[in-house]
Design a protein around this ligand. Structure first.
Ligand code: BGC
Ligand code: ZN
Length: 366
């Protein structure tokens, strides 16, 4: 079958491979689920893998099939699979367990092992194929009523985790109830984080460079949040105007911004870093000032990588609620569909240009 792959370590190596068709029997104990891929989304991670910034092939392969945001339809299930049946729409989690205690209890996103396994990213093939098979544990059912939001389930799981982790950690404060949040960056994670925060009744200021009027700023407004162009208002001015943030979700993909955010977090606040930066940038920060304010203000810095099954389930519920509260808004994220796996060159070109909010491939009808 067709699959889109890279040769890890070789820049710009994206190519088509003829991969073996997966079978139910590839998964032991009757727990296999065979899925026909309908759609696959891509993001900066796929671009950086193709730039050879990170990513490794599975053992025994010299290529890595990419794609970690998937939506598909179940074809066949093993005898011991109960939660999905043929014809169900599903998505699939990204991380696969190692052997640490965190992996064993189902929180493989919190592994304490240096080596991590991620489908389409590190040491496990991804979903940019015609079919895939996986253990029922990692297959998450999607309501048919969310079919039109398809591949957003995976980025949504990252947003859901980032925010639920902040709440978990802030239980240290007994009565923490954030009123003002800043979201830095309005790519898909920023937009979906804004949604999650709005569902919790928080006043959200979503900040990015562009002047208002972009599709992204319209989505922010559609979600009842405030769009702030950093060309018009600096973060420090925003903090003077509306107060420092109780919670910041940083997802710009810029480490300078990640550190800059430390200057506008309020007392007892939490700053979540939710984007990875594959480069080698250096940034100068007012370290003494930040150190002083963070100690005196009991502030928290939290890193958050992808999510486990629970976060996918949370994210899917939030998408449902989001559709009821802000009908038709979330769909606007899905700006740039491409037809068929053969369009992979065009897909990479669009990712490199970086002008499209969300590129995804329609692999098959269904
Ligand atoms: C993916 C996550 C992944 C992270 C780091 C993101 O693009 O959506 O699932 O954990 O990159 O590899
Ligand atoms: Zn991603």
């Amino acid at each position: 079958m067709k699959a889109v792959a890279v040769r890890p370590g070789v820049p710009n190596s994206v190519h088509m491979v003829d991969a073996p068709l997966p079978k139910l029997g590839d998964i032991p104990n009757g727990r296999g689920v065979l899925v026909k891929v309908l759609k696959v989304g891509v993001d900066a991670t796929d671009k950086e893998i193709n730039e050879a910034k990170y990513g490794n092939a599975p053992q025994g392969f010299d290529y890595l099939i990419i794609g970690h945001e998937v939506f598909g339809v179940v074809q066949e299930v093993g005898a011991n699979v109960k939660h999905v049946k043929p014809g169900d729409y599903v998505t699939c989690t990204v991380r696969r367990p190692g052997s640490s205690i965190y992996d064993v209890i189902g929180t493989n996103d919190m592994t304490s092992e240096e080596t991590y396994y991620e489908r389409g990213i590190n040491l496990r093939h991804g979903f940019m194929t015609e079919y895939f098979v996986d253990d029922a544990e990692f297959i998450v059912k999607m309501p048919p009523g969310l079919k039109h939001l398809h591949i957003l389930a995976e980025p949504m799981s990252c947003a859901a985790k980032a925010i639920s982790q902040a709440y978990e950690a802030q239980r240290r404060l007994k009565v923490w109830s954030p009123k003002i949040a800043y979201v830095l960056g309005v790519g898909q994670i920023g937009l979906l984080s804004t949604l999650v925060l709005r569902l919790r009744g928080i006043e959200v200021y979503a900040c990015a460079r562009s002047l208002p009027g972009t599709p992204n700023s319209k989505i922010i407004e559609g979600l009842g949040a405030h769009y702030v162009s950093l060309k018009e208002t600096s973060l420090k001015d925003l903090a003077k105007k509306v107060g420092k943030a109780d919670l910041i979700i940083e997802c710009t993909g810029s480490s300078a911004s990640a550190f800059g955010a430390m200057e506008v977090l309020g007392l007892n606040g939490a700053l979540v870093w939710a984007s990875v930066t594959g480069g080698d940038h250096k940034a100068e920060v007012p370290a003494d000032k930040i150190n002083l304010e963070w100690v005196l203000g009991n502030k928290l810095l939290l890193g958050s990588v992808n999510g486990n099954r629970t976060h996918f389930e949370m994210g899917i519920k939030d998408l449902c609620e989001g559709e009821l509260l802000y009908p038709g808004v979330i769909k606007q994220i899905l700006t740039t569909p491409l037809r068929g796996l053969d369009s992979y060159q065009e897909m990479m070109k669009l990712l490199v240009e970086g002008k499209s909010l969300k590129v995804y491939i329609e692999v098959a009808e269904g």
